[in-house]
Design a protein around this ligand. Structure first.
Ligand code: NAD
Length: 271
């Protein structure tokens, strides 16, 4: 099948859509970052995993024949080191997944200013620093693709997510600004907005896999990290060559009803 004069997607290429691309994935030690690293490696990418969790990150990288770099996304110096080491080893950077993030659940009145600022530092400032750090290298590579992890909490208001929601609305906006600023350099920037996904982050407050586990989503269940990873791999790939500044909800349809809590009516029996 041919999508344009210069991009050919054959069945053989379909599963190696990132063949040879050098992709940095932050927070890749576990959860959605690790699932994304696995999907990208399977698609042929050379993967650089970064995380503050050194033991888990090293183990994940070893399993995938990837590179691990200890990295706190809130540090501009550490970002510079990640890009420098990636260039030293692979010679270029063509993909970045700003995935590292922390959660917090508290009402505005209960949340301390320190916690609010910490969530913004990791989720939003970390993403900003990532955009700054890779732009030059991607420009030098002739272009690239960046995927930022926002959330459904960046698409509609969820109570008890003052810091988290503010950070994810910020990531959504920053993504569009970066898409405008970087587009001419053939660097595409998009955001993904996962719903409730089973990962270590959410398992700590009761996430479970399987049918009937999450009634607010029309599909009635929590999502799996691999289902998000698949969408991220698409956005990183040349198959998404005209997708820029977009926001992709991966939530089983939860936000399609703009957060409505009402399930769709079922037709009466026998109708
Ligand atoms: P997770 O806690 O399982 O993984 C997050 C990873 O980020 C961890 O490995 C952690 O060590 C790393 N990290 C945290 N702070 C860091 C820092 N300062 N520097 C570098 N790495 C750091 O969480 P997850 O559920 O896989 O979440 C991944 C991303 O998806 C996050 O941005 C999260 O906000 C977002 N998200 C998650 C869900 C969900 O339901 N799980 C939904 C929407 C969005």
């Amino acid at each position: 099948m041919c999508f344009s004069s210069h991009i050919q997607i054959t069945p053989e290429r379909a599963c190696r859509v990132l063949d040879g691309k050098v992709v940095i994935i932050t927070g890749g030690a576990r959860g959605m970052g690790a699932a994304t690293a696995r999907r990208c490696a399977n698609a042929g990418a050379r993967v650089v995993i970064t995380d503050v969790l050194v033991e888990e990150g090293t183990a994940t990288a070893k399993e995938l024949d990837a590179r691990f770099i200890a990295h706190d996304v809130t540090s501009q110096d550490e970002w510079a080191a990640v890009v420098a080491q990636t260039l030293e080893e692979y010679g270029r950077v063509e993909g970045l997944v700003n995935n590292a993030g922390i959660a917090s659940l508290a009402s505005i009145e209960e949340q301390s200013p320190e916690e609010f600022q910490q969530v913004l530092q990791v989720n939003l400032v970390g993403t900003f620093l990532g955009l700054k750090a890779v732009a030059g290298a991607m420009r030098a590579a002739g272009g690239g693709a960046i995927v930022n992890l926002s959330s459904v909490a960046g698409l509609f208001a969820l109570p008890m997510t003052g810091g988290y929601g503010a950070s994810k609305w910020g990531v959504r906006g920053l993504t569009k600004i970066a898409a405008l600023e970087f587009g001419r350099d053939r660097i595409r920037v998009n955001s993904v907005h996962p719903g409730m996904i089973v990962t270590p982050m959410t398992q700590s407050f009761g996430a479970v896999s399987g049918e009937g586990t999450f009634g607010l989503s029309p599909v009635g269940r929590w999502g799996e990290a691999e289902e998000v990873a698949e969408a991220i791999a698409f956005l990183l790939s040349d198959a998404a060559s005209y997708v820029n500044g977009a926001e992709l909800a991966i939530d089983g349809g939860w936000t399609a009803g703009e957060g409505s809590l009402l399930p769709p009516p079922r037709p009466p029996e026998g109708a």
